[in-house]
Design a protein around this ligand. Structure first.
Ligand SMILES: Cc1cc2nc3c(=O)[nH]c(=O)nc-3n(C[C@H](O)[C@H](O)[C@H](O)COP(=O)(O)OP(=O)(O)OC[C@H]3O[C@@H](n4cnc5c(N)ncnc54)[C@H](O)[C@@H]3O)c2cc1C
Length: 279
């Protein structure tokens, strides 16, 4: 059902029995016949559990929600592929930027829509790398996504220039954040905090990734294209300067997860089959 917002799940005898939702017809209640699957994503799944009284009992009391089941892990362990972008200008007019004129946008839009090819049929992340920044890693710990243009947000628009960017992200960061609710109103957005780089080693891996990008771009193959480094920029040189820059610019790679973590320990929310602990 589209345009419906789930407000909460009612339980009886430790089973989900009803789902309340705001739909085009108003407030509706759905009886559960077999089971309830809660696929509302890493931010809203814990929110709906918490609104339904399933979560850390102290947090629920603070939010004014009656406790149905104390499950302390709900909303904890929020993890994401933390990211940062290293940017360069190009000395030659070879980047995607040259296609992005007004006429170019029309052409690539039409080509993408009609024939499913060309720049309108790609997300521009044409080249990627998975690498190990240290020998102790058995499998890659960092991903680079390469974008053949430079785009800067400026006053609500994106200024596109000839250049290139390396979008770095950590594959297995250990920093954990949290999703929580402030009150019982289901129409109020949940709160969340990622705590990027709370674990010192995440910051060290990102530092190694920035250095690896600089090392790659310093190589001969880039000589005829490499312009000025825009970010972090030439003034950011020492490890501490790079760490400070990373802390300032770190952002999401849009992969939040783990806020209803699977497992069998005290902070696990679901079992290996995705069933909420506590039945
Ligand atoms: C810009 C961007 C780029 C990405 N690129 C990639 C990529 O290249 N590769 C990749 O693997 N992943 C990518 N991801 C991540 C991927 O999209 C997510 O990991 C994935 O969609 C998560 O799936 P999900 O079903 O858990 O949650 P979602 O896809 O977020 O689905 C949750 C759904 O629940 C609905 N919902 C939430 N609350 C309620 C409510 N109260 N009532 C009713 N419905 C509700 C939402 O409207 C949504 O439709 C990208 C994400 C973004 C934002």
């Amino acid at each position: 059902m589209t345009g419906a917002r789930v407000l909460g799940i009612e339980t009886a005898n430790r089973r989900a029995v009803r789902v309340r939702a705001q739909t085009a017809r108003g407030l509706q209640t759905f009886e559960v016949e077999r089971e309830t699957i809660l696929p509302a994503g890493a931010i809203n799944s814990p929110q709906i559990l918490q609104l339904s009284g399933i979560g850390d009992a102290d947090d629920l009391r603070r939010a004014g929600v009656p406790v149905v089941h104390h499950l302390p892990g709900v909303g904890r362990a929020l993890t994401d592929h933390v990211a940062a972008i290293v940017k360069y200008r190009a000395t030659k007019d070879v980047s995607v930027a040259r296609e992005l004129t007004m006429a170019g946008w029309l052409k690539l839009g039409a080509e993408g829509l009609l024939f499913r090819r060309g720049l309108g049929a790609t997300n521009f992340f044409e080249v990627g790398t998975f690498l190990r920044t240290r020998d102790s890693e058995r499998i890659p710990n960092v991903q680079f996504e390469f974008v053949p243009m430079l785009g800067e947000f400026q006053g609500g628009t994106v200024r596109i220039e000839h250049g290139f960017q390396y979008f770095l992200s950590l594959m297995r960061p250990r920093s954990e954040g949290r999703v929580w609710i402030d009150g019982p109103d289901p129409m109020q957005a949940p709160k969340f905090r990622f705590n990027y780089f709370e674990e010192r080693d995440d910051l060290e891996q990102a530092l190694e990734a920035v250095k690896a990008i600089r090392e790659t771009v310093a190589q001969r193959a880039w000589d005829e294209f490499r312009g000025a480094e825009v970010a972090p920029g030439p003034e950011v040189q020492t490890d501490d300067e790079i760490r400070a820059w990373l802390r300032r610019v770190a952002e999401t790679n849009y992969h939040p997860c783990c806020s209803c973590r699977m497992g069998s320990d005290e902070l696990a929310v679901v079992d290996a089959e995705g069933r909420v602990h506590g039945k």
